[in-house]
Design a protein around this ligand. Structure first.
Ligand SMILES: Nc1ccn([C@@H]2O[C@H](COP(=O)(O)OP(=O)(O)OP(=O)(O)O)[C@@H](O)[C@H]2O)c(=O)n1
Ligand SMILES: C[C@](O)(CO)[C@H](O)COP(=O)(O)O
Length: 238
């Protein structure tokens, strides 16, 4: 872990149940080539070398977290919320309370989904460089690679959208701790990522293009792809 003038903390919301995945365990505990999704995710964050601390937020009733082992500098709190945004608010409150890490409101926090285990540590450093040079928040995102259609509820195509200005929002999403907490405290209704709370309050936010391997494991098909990636990495670096 690194101590610098501008400190960065990672916050990992890991309190979801994985309804769309439909497994007996939440998807953050799915094993890929022998390792849990959560463990791979935390290692990728740790390998970026930029964080003064990594906070994982699990639900109060989590029955799996005690089996996990993490590198130094990683803490876990049982403060999950009803929604992802509620979990993030709880994690930000824990960070600003200062009891787990010596974080201050002007420090940067990168919120990263537990379910995105293949984030590239180099992309995390690129995101860090972007916020430091821009002086405002930014998120990793993927430029839209497909032709995009807008359709009515009965699936009739209404328009073909110009994909040049469209991005798929990913995580990490990096903001100053106090600014993000106040933006989310204004309400979390319909807020599916941190950026939308910041956009709503008028903060500028940039997109930083990142690897498409940083997809979120959401459905059983995603899990098949994730397993293939993890196995192929294990073969390259046993
Ligand atoms: N109340 C919640 C809901 C989600 N998450 C976390 O937010 C990330 C992205 O959310 P999503 O993919 O929606 O995860 P789940 O809520 O688990 O999935 P589903 O919506 O299919 O139930 C995941 O790391 C998940 O654990 C969380 O910390 N707290
Ligand atoms: C934060 C996020 O991963 C950005 O793509 C996403 O919004 C998480 O939740 P979702 O419900 O799967 O959209």
């Amino acid at each position: 872990m690194k101590e610098e003038e501008s400190r960065f903390y990672a916050l990992v919301p890991a309190s979801g149940v994985g309804r769309r995945m439909g497994l007996a365990v939440p998807k953050q505990y799915l094993r890929l080539a022998g390792e849990t999704v959560l463990s791979l995710t935390v290692r990728a964050l740790h390998d970026s070398g930029i964080f003064s601390g990594i906070l994982v937020v699990v639900s109060e009733t989590d029955a799996w977290i005690d089996e996990e082992t993490f590198p130094e500098g990683v803490s876990v709190v049982r403060r999950g919320g009803e929604t992802r945004a509620d979990t993030v608010v709880n994690g930000l409150e824990t960070l600003s309370g200062g009891a787990v890490f010596p974080a201050s409101g002007s420090d940067w926090v990168m919120v990263h989904d537990a379910a995105r285990p293949f984030v590239d540590p180099a992309d995390i450093r690129k995101l860090r460089d972007e916020v430091l040079s821009a002086g405002h928040g930014a998120i990793l995102a993927m430029p839209m690679a497909d032709t995009v259609k807008e359709a009515s509820p009965d699936r009739r195509i209404l328009a073909t959208r110009d994909r040049k200005s469209l991005w798929r929002a990913a995580t990490p999403q990096a903001f100053r701790l106090s600014e993000l907490l106040s933006a989310l405290r204004r309400g979390t209704e319909g807020v599916t990522d941190e950026s939308s709370a910041m956009e709503r309050t008028g903060h500028p936010v940039s997109v930083v293009p990142g690897s498409t391997l940083n997809f979120k494991i959401t459905t059983p098909d995603d899990a098949l792809i994730a397993e293939a990636i993890a196995e192929s990495r294990l073969r390259k670096h046993p």
